[in-house]
Design a binder for this molecule. Sequence first.
Ligand code: MD3
Ligand code: FE
Length: 218
Amino acid sequence: MSTLDLFEGLHTPTQAMEPLAQQACVLRGFALPFVEAVLPALAHICEVAPFRHMVTPGGFSMSVALTNCGHLGWTSDRSGYRYSPIDPTSGQPWPELPSAFLALATAAAKAAGFPDFVPDACLINQYQPGSRMSLHQDKDEHDYTWPIISVSLGIPATFLFGGHHRADKPQRVPLFHGDVVVWGGKDRLRYHGVAPIKEALHSVMGAQRINFTFRKAG
Ligand code: MD3
Ligand code: FE
């Protein structure tokens, strides 16, 4: 076996990896080489399953609009939050996970040390200036041992990265076009949210932020 073969099995980061916690890190700009392939696939999803403002169990309309692709989609209504294979607006299955999305998600997971991650769900959040997401935990998935991969596109956001109790003061993490965040292990159940989005214009995405979260939900 050559020295090269030995090195091939090792994890060699190709760009800056910023740790946020023990099992959470930011891969700055990781998504940039994928954007050209991701945007036409996103446009197709938005035609089949347009962004919509869902209602929370408490009866409030979310300021973030959302859609999904992949086998399972996250939905909310007066009766609760759940993953469903059917888009409640169309009555049809969610659009398939595009190969460009899968390539991005698996490459990011691998770079962060999760080589076996294959998502079955992609929630797509659309933020406009003023949209926000209050502190919450993601607890609607079956198996919390899988990581969550988050991809940010468009105008900047301040991500709020809290602790295991709602009252824990969150770290403020700025996220920009092309940034990818990977959350695994014990950091997977931390409280998190997004501060109100500031008015801005992105040269490619316009006045919006798009966030993809890739999960194994089923
Ligand atoms: C940290 N979305 O859809 S993504 C969500 O930017 C959500 O749209 C935010 O929170 C957004 O549920 C943040 C990243 C994310 C997802 C799950 C996490 C961060 C997380 C779970 C634990 C800690
Ligand atoms: Fe969340």
